[in-house]
Ligand binder design. Structure first.
Ligand code: CUA
Length: 308
């Protein structure tokens, strides 16, 4: 994926990425040629017409109508080319084809949730079929985020209380990096996900496999992917406490008291994270996870209980 792109741009892996690149290179090279020409002429004039004699008074210079016409007409033509070309590409990338496959994207500090038309959800991995237009309807549960897939030349802000949308069609199977590209708090730089682009057949099979009812522990394990940016399960200290081997033990809290790490405490800490903050940590966990269903909460409780 993307490794053989140029120093400027990663490999173009969506249907319109090549058009975006062509416009980029046109602007880049015309700007480069104009820059070199203007600076070159300027340096030449500085040397050629340098003042060498204090008493010398030059002849008055009269303007050249042809030269003035040229530097008005040429830049006007160039900007009109960039405008019409850019507007065409803009229209193409901002209007999804009517037969697009819809996926809902929810961003929150600091995870991605993807919900597919069949009711399946995934975290940190966006599965898409190759060769079919994909339309993302995106919203934020908390603050500003921004959705960015460099390989597809797709980037769009994600805003609370409003939907924004992008679309793309992937040209080749593979894994492509998704970034959050709007500073959104402590773990902004870790707010990553992957696009997993697979064939239509593999995508259909993946949907079927996801639709099966999972046992609570496995459901909890999958849901935990969105917690893993802040909570490890191997004792490592991240933004939040590690959650390994805690079930049934007494835990110290920030206010000096202790609490039994049981089902009720896990549930309360997800739904109302500021209620009982672990000792040595700040109450920075977002409240957005309170929208989890009872089944999902049960799954997470079962999973954390199962950790040794
Ligand atoms: Cu979300 Cu940065």
């Amino acid at each position: 994926m993307g490794d053989s792109g140029s120093i400027w741009l990663p490999d173009a892996m969506s249907t319109f990425a090549g058009e975006v690149d062509a416009l980029f290179w046109f602007v880049f090279w015309t700007s480069t040629v104009l820059f070199v020409a203007v600076i070159g002429v300027k340096i030449y004039f500085m040397i050629r017409y340098r003042r060498t004699d204090d008493t010398y008074v030059p002849e008055p210079v009269h303007e050249s109508k042809r030269l003035e016409a040229a530097w008005i007409v040429l830049p006007t033509i160039l900007t009109l080319i960039v405008f019409t070309w850019g507007f065409q590409v803009f229209l193409r990338i901002s209007s999804a084809p009517p037969d697009s496959y819809d996926i809902t994207v929810r961003a929150q500090q600091w995870s991605w949730e993807f919900e597919y038309a069949e009711g399946v959800t995934s975290f940190s991995e966006l599965y898409v079929p190759v060769g079919r237009p994909i339309k993302l309807m995106m919203s934020s549960e908390d603050v500003l985020h921004s959705f960015f897939i460099p390989a597809f030349r797709v980037k769009m802000d994600i805003i609370p209380n409003r939907y924004t949308s992008v679309w793309f069609e992937v040209t080749e199977p593979g894994e492509y990096q998704i970034y959050c590209t709007e500073y959104c708090g402590t773990e902004h730089s870790g707010m990553l996900a992957q696009v997993i682009a697979v064939s239509e057949v593999d995508f259909a099979a993946w949907l079927v496999s996801q639709n099966q009812d999972l046992p609570p522990v496995e459901l909890g394990e999958r849901l935990f992917e969105q917690c893993a940016i802040c909570h490890s399960t191997n004792g490592e200290r991240l933004v939040g406490p590690s959650l390994d081997a805690r079930f049934g033990t007494m835990r110290a809290l920030a206010d000096g008291s202790t609490v039994l790490f049981d089902e009720d405490y896990i549930r309360e800490s997800i739904v109302n994270p500021a209620a009982k903050v672990a000792e040595g940590f700040q109450p920075i966990m977002p409240a957005g996870y309170s929208s989890m269903s009872a089944k999902e909460l049960d799954g997470l409780v079962a999973y954390l209980k199962s950790l040794e």
